[in-house]
Design a protein around this ligand. Structure first.
Ligand SMILES: [Zn+2]
Length: 95
């Protein structure tokens, strides 16, 4: 599940390359030059986990109203999600 290999050629994509995904949408494999992007499936799961965890934490330990908690959870998910996504398997992007 945490494999960091290129889905096309199976070779390891170095972290230096993967972290470019924090800025750009597509990177190219250093071996086969196939375009790679973040997998939507894992992005969706990560968004749910980060948003849910933030919401749960705030509702338990603060007295904020539910509307406020939802807004903060959405922003937290937005900011942290890409960092987490880059740790998950990539998929081949359409050219
Ligand atoms: Zn490759």
């Amino acid at each position: 599940m945490f494999s960091r290999n290129c889905p096309n050629c199976g070779k390891l994509v170095p972290w230096q390359k993967r972290k470019e995904l924090l800025i750009v949408d597509t990177i190219h494999c250093v071996y086969c030059t196939k375009p790679l992007c973040l997998s939507f499936k894992y992005s969706f799961i990560n968004a749910l986990i980060i948003g849910g965890a933030t919401g749960l934490f705030l509702s338990r330990y603060t007295d904020l109203s539910i509307e406020f908690i939802v807004i903060i959870a959405v922003f937290a998910g937005e900011g942290l999600q890409r960092c987490l996504d880059a740790l998950f398997p990539l998929k081949v992007a359409k050219e």
